[in-house]
Design a protein. Structure first.
Length: 512
């Protein structure tokens, strides 16, 4: 192929084209930025709340505004990527995310901050599915795909922990505003690189008219679901608004399914989620994220409140998990993905992560970091990295090119909803167990130091009770991976892509 053909916009990259690997750098950078943002702002929140005069009742909106916009618009963002082209959606998402981050860093009032966070969520919902679907359509050779998704999976899993370290540094040594401003150089570099490097294969767009009823029903349904879980965390499961949000979510999402089964050009073609393997992946990933949020949430509290770690020290304490994630994703997952069936990586991966979580149920006030937390986090990272990588690859493998955006959006949606459920459910379990423990033991503590110790013991007891639930949830994720995901080891067969060029694509071999 001539050099001119290689540089033609939209030209399909041949197997040996180094551009796809350059493109991976910028896609990975963008994914890191989005994942970082999920945890980096949490560490900065106390300082931002003080500076902007945000009340305790309203501070949750710094997190909730982002979660609602991001979770609610993911399917729409995925469909826009299919319609406009993934490269265009990716670059626009990056530019918008950078602008929203700059607005958040410059915020002078609570309302300005909430608006900036919602805007970040809007552009994140465009950016995240575009990034994953670009990988899906650019890396079609089985071995290349394994390497690319290994890197992507490591970033998707470990980026949150990196956010804790970076957030701690920026908050402690600079200013909370830098947790927003840091996104701008990330986004500018990724957008510029993507614009000049990414060559999206032709023939993969879905130019059907936009399914407006589907957009409205899915957005409102997902917003109601995420807000229901967010509100349950702060106001309780029996709160009238919480219950009404869950009811509204069920009604809206059922109506969405009915509409999608009847319209000519659905927002989410039901063939994407009714496929046995993809359905199993969406479900098991969502459950695994519930367990992961248990880890981030309770270990952050434990290290800072019980152990007295600084934000920076807390961030570094999560490093073993990042190392485990990278090793599991780029070494174990990448090397074995083309040799074994995905369920033989996902199922054992979730079980290894569950073993790490099981160790954490033994938490005590005076637990040793080296003897308990270090091995637990290594196992968690190793297991999750091994499981995430084939899951993300298989979720977009074999899907029609015109559906790549919405298939990718469903991966992000399952993670976002899993995160909302995990935070609300596990927090509620921990708070209830803590209250019961303190009530039962406080009477026997006469002196104030003893009472303080009982309170700390109560908190740790609450964390361990919630982590027991997380262990069970990871076990369920493993069971779903073993039973529903039945695709075999990827093989390679040449098929014609939309532009008439033969590409090597992984063909799932169904296990009998």
């Amino acid at each position: 192929m001539s050099e001119a053909a290689l540089k033609a916009p939209g030209a399909a990259a041949p197997s040996g084209d180094a551009n796809r690997w350059k493109a991976l750098v910028f896609i990975a950078l963008a994914q890191l930025m989005v994942v970082l943002d999920a945890t980096i702002v949490n560490i900065a929140l106390p300082s931002a709340q003080t500076d902007l005069g945000i009340s305790d009742g309203n501070r949750q909106w710094v997190v909730t505004a982002y979660a609602l916009a991001f979770g609610g618009l993911l399917l729409f963002g995925g469909r826009i990527a299919d319609l406009w082209g993934r490269k265009r959606a990716f670059v626009l998402g990056l530019v918008g995310f950078a602008a929203a981050s700059a607005l958040g860093g410059a915020a002078t009032t609570g309302a300005m901050m909430f608006g900036a966070r919602a805007l970040q969520g809007v552009f994140g919902a465009l950016l995240a599915p575009a990034a994953l679907s670009l990988l899906a359509v650019m890396f079609t050779d089985a071995k290349e795909r394994a390497k690319a998704f290994g890197i992507y999976g490591a970033i998707a899993g470990g980026g949150g922990a990196v956010g804790l370290i970076l957030g701690g540094f920026l908050t402690e040594y600079l200013d909370w505003r830098w947790t927003f401003f840091v996104n701008v150089p990330f986004a500018v570099v990724a957008a510029a690189g993507a614009y000049f490097v990414i060559r999206e294969p032709e023939g993969g767009r879905n130019r059907s008219p936009l399914d407006i009823p589907g957009v409205i029903l899915s957005t409102l349904g997902l917003v109601a679901l995420v807000y229901g879980f967010t509100r349950a965390e702060s106001d309780g499961w029996g709160d009238a608004v919480t219950v009404s949000m869950f009811v509204a979510s069920v009604v809206l999402l059922l109506a969405f399914v009915v509409v999608e089964s009847r319209v000519k050009a659905p927002l989410l073609p039901l063939r994407v989620i009714t496929d046995r393997n993809r359905g199993g992946i969406y479900l098991s990933l969502g459950l695994a994220i519930i367990g992961m949020f248990g880890l981030f949430l309770f270990l952050t509290y434990y290290l800072q409140i019980v152990k007295g770690y600084s934000p920076v020290k807390t961030g570094f304490a999560f490093l073993p998990m990042i190392v485990g994630m990278i090793t599991g994703s780029t070494q174990i997952g990448t090397r074995l993905m083309t040799r074994v069936a995905p369920r033989l990586l996902m199922g054992p991966g979730f079980l290894v992560a569950g073993l790490g979580m099981l160790l954490l149920t033994q938490l005590e006030v005076d637990s040793s970091y080296g003897a308990l937390l270090l091995p637990a986090m290594l196992l968690l990272g190793l297991g999750m990295g091994t499981a995430f990588m084939p899951a993300m690859s298989l979720a977009t493998q074999g899907v029609e090119p015109r559906d790549a955006g919405v298939a990718s959006a469903m991966v992000n949606t399952s993670q976002q909803v899993g995160g909302a459920i995990g935070t609300a459910l596990l927090n509620t379990i921990a708070a209830s167990a803590t209250t019961s423990y303190i009530k039962d033991h406080i009477a026997g503590a006469a002196a104030k130091p003893q009472q303080e110790l009982v309170k700390l013991q109560g908190q740790v007891h609450g964390y361990s009770m919630a982590i027991w639930f997380a262990v069970g949830i990871l076990g369920l994720a493993a069971l779903i991976a073993f039973t529903l995901v039945n695709a075999g080891r990827p093989d390679t067969s040449p098929v014609a892509s939309g532009d008439g060029v033969e590409d090597e694509v992984p063909v799932p071999v169904v296990a009998h």
